[in-house]
Ligand binder design. Structure first.
Ligand code: SF4
Ligand code: SF4
Length: 102
């Protein structure tokens, strides 16, 4: 997962939460191909929170017509990246891959 450069995914609090009261059962979020959601009793539920693949992205929340999906506080994620030096590790990986120059 390039955005966390080998940092344990389970230590990064990023993934969707569904408000079951707001969900209208449109099924849109099940279009996520990462096995995050399950269809239960005509609505969606989060089954595999940490399967959400790109830390910081929130496509399902952006497209949910009922605004039923939320994500954790981005500032806390930024603080973790700073504290754990994740930005630097990501940068090193990108230099190795030739995406950026040092
Ligand atoms: S996209 Fe939103 S309204 Fe549609 S099933 Fe998912 S959570 Fe429910
Ligand atoms: S942000 Fe993307 S990967 Fe994560 S659960 Fe939503 S659609 Fe799936």
């Amino acid at each position: 997962m390039p955005w966390i450069a080998g940092y344990p995914r389970e230590k990064v609090n990023w993934g969707p939460t569904i408000d079951g009261e707001k969900c209208v059962g449109c099924g849109m979020c099940l279009n996520c191909g990462k096995n995050v959601f399950r269809w239960r009793d005509g609505k969606s539920s989060v089954e595999n929170f940490f399967n959400c693949q790109v830390v910081g992205c929130s496509t399902c929340a952006n497209l949910c017509p009922a605004k039923a999906i939320t994500f954790p506080d981005l500032e806390a994620v930024r603080a973790l990246y700073k504290k754990e030096g994740i930005w630097g590790k990501v940068r090193e990986e990108m230099i190795k891959e030739g995406k950026i120059t040092g």
